[in-house]
Design a protein around this ligand. Structure first.
Ligand code: FAD
Ligand code: SF4
Length: 470
């Protein structure tokens, strides 16, 4: 047995094939091209099927990881996807965008002395296999209950609530402000990381089950929560995300050529600037682009800039590489594609020409001082270290806040001091009877899987409320 374990551990982690960096930096096709059946079988055989699998503890929705990996190892790819679906309704998405290195793979025992099992790649493999072959048994729907649920927002939290409750036999309608569903999965995360077709196929699956989708409906403006109750909805879930951009508040920030990452990515993704010349969407195609911030949003913006023709794409971040919050894979891919990093640099002001167009950013160098409340070492300015960085497009990706449209127009909805909805973490219940909330609008910007987890918690609670009145 011990000998068998050693052998398995020695098999190297199977690499995911991907487009070559210089080629992919000029197109929007997906970067990793997916694992073959052969390499998936080898990778699955690396898992030593721990009796107490630490990987499951690292998964926010407790997917039976060794269970689905064993099924892949045995060649039962359809069984593997059914196993994942027991806990996660969007595996093709999560396999691509979850920060596995901080979650399941970060806990995998093989990672102690070597490389963890590529759990995310295997999850993606099982999901992609099912999308191509459609062999898994269809989701079952319970008989109609006559209860009606409205879901506000079609991001991962809303889609999870809709999926869970339609299967329980309730009538579910999703109201979405944009003209396409998917939330950040579609308007934020670019095609080269998450092809839109994957998200749309998940939504189409829900529609086939009977979920109704009303796009171009801004709840709080086109219709209020009160009106939804008057129309006969028994329960409402708020999953409107945290899409309000934050700015730096430094001089010159209103020059032409400075925009939020939210606007830049929405123009590229949802308004199809990435499909130029088929769609000639207005977007500034900078030659020298800087992106302020170093999260996933910043990496997506900086890499999109390259694909839209930038000669230089630079990330400016006030902390160091150790503190970069983006997924490791995104940082690695950005570096490979030629994105340059200016660490320990703080923007002081933006400079423009007589036409009001951005020409450069003045920055100051920083050094790391004592740890702050978050445990990260606080950056401290180095006096006299000012320098100018030439740029004609600056993308601000330093965080986002709650959009006040719905929250502030809804009487009785308790918000915290930052404007996020206050909801019980065990149920998702808000201060209004019959109204639940979850995802980024409760936690602030977080992750896809945490939003899905919150959706599941709320759906369970809504189910109890509709069935038992509690
Ligand atoms: P969202 O996905 O924000 O969806 C909310 C939806 O509600 C939107 O479609 C919005 O249009 C709609 N809406 C808003 N207001 C209204 C209204 N009044 N009426 C009707 N509809 C409304 N997480 C990861 O795990 N991995 C990543 O790699 C990753 N990359 C990211 C990249 C970018 C560019 C961004 C912005 C975020 C990224 N995240 C990533 C974070 C992740 O996408 C979010 O945490 C997650 O999408 C939050 O889900 P949600 O359901 O709360 O809301
Ligand atoms: Fe397999 Fe790693 Fe999970 Fe153990 S911790 S069951 S080796 S994936």
């Amino acid at each position: 047995m011990a000998e068998k374990k050693v052998k398995k551990e020695k098999t190297p982690r199977q690499l995911m094939p991907e487009q070559e960096a210089s080629i992919r930096a000029k197109n929007f096709d997906e970067v990793p091209t997916g694992q073959s059946e052969e390499t998936a079988l080898i990778e699955a055989s690396r898992c030593i099927q721990c009796k107490k699998p630490a990987c499951i503890d690292g998964c926010p929705v407790s997917v039976d990881i060794p269970g689905f990996i064993k099924l892949i190892r045995d060649g039962d790819f359809t069984g593997a996807i059914s196993k994942i679906w027991e806990k996660n309704g969007l595996p093709a998405v999560c396999g691509r965008v979850c920060p596995q290195e901080l979650q399941c793979e970060g806990k995998c025992v093989l990672g102690v002395k070597g490389e963890p099992v590529a759990i995310g790649n295997l999850e993606r493999f099982a999901a992609d296999y099912e999308r191509k072959n459609r062999k898994a048994p269809k989701l079952e729907k319970k008989p109609l209950t006559g209860k009606r649920v409205s879901v506000v927002g079609s991001g991962p939290s809303g889609l999870t609530v809709a999926s869970d409750l339609i299967q329980k036999g309730h009538e579910v309608t999703i109201f979405e402000a944009f003209h396409k569903p998917g939330g950040v999965l579609v308007y934020g995360i670019p095609e080269f990381r998450l092809p839109k077709e994957i998200v749309f196929s998940e939504v189409a699956g829900l529609e086939k089950l009977g979920v109704k989708l009303e796009c171009n409906s801004v709840v709080g403006r086109t219709v209020s929560l009160e009106e939804l109750f008057e129309e006969g909805y028994d329960a409402i879930f708020i999953g409107v995300g945290a899409g309000l951009p934050t700015f730096l508040r430094v001089p010159g920030e209103n020059l032409i050529g400075i925009m939020s990452a939210n606007e830049y990515l929405t123009r590229s993704n949802l308004m199809k600037a990435y499909l130029y010349p088929k769609y000639d969407t207005p977007i500034i195609r900078g030659k020298n682009v800087i992106t302020l911030g170093a999260g996933n949003v910043a990496m997506d913006a900086a890499r999109t800039a390259l694909r839209l023709g930038a000669e230089t794409s630079r990330i400016v971040y006030r902390r160091s590489m150790q503190e970069v919050p983006a997924r490791a894979a995104e940082v690695h891919h950005a570096e490979e594609e030629g994105v340059e990093f200016y660490f320990l640099t703080s923007p002081v002001k933006f400079n423009g020409n007589e036409k009001g167009r951005l020409t450069s950013m003045t920055g100051l160098k920083m050094e790391l001082g004592e740890p702050d409340d978050s445990g990260r070492r606080r950056p401290v300015l180095i006096e006299g270290s000012e320098f100018d960085l030439e740029c004609d497009l600056a993308i601000i990706a330093v965080g986002a806040g709650p959009n006040p449209l719905l929250t502030q127009s809804t009487e009785g909805l308790e918000l915290n001091k930052w404007g996020y909805v206050v909801a019980d973490s065990k149920t998702g219940k808000t201060s209004i009877k019959g109204v639940w909330a979850g995802g980024d609008i409760v936690t602030g910007s977080a992750t896809v899987i945490l939003a899905m987890g919150a959706g599941r918690v709320a759906a369970d609670s809504i189910q109890k409320y509709l069935e038992l009145g509690i």
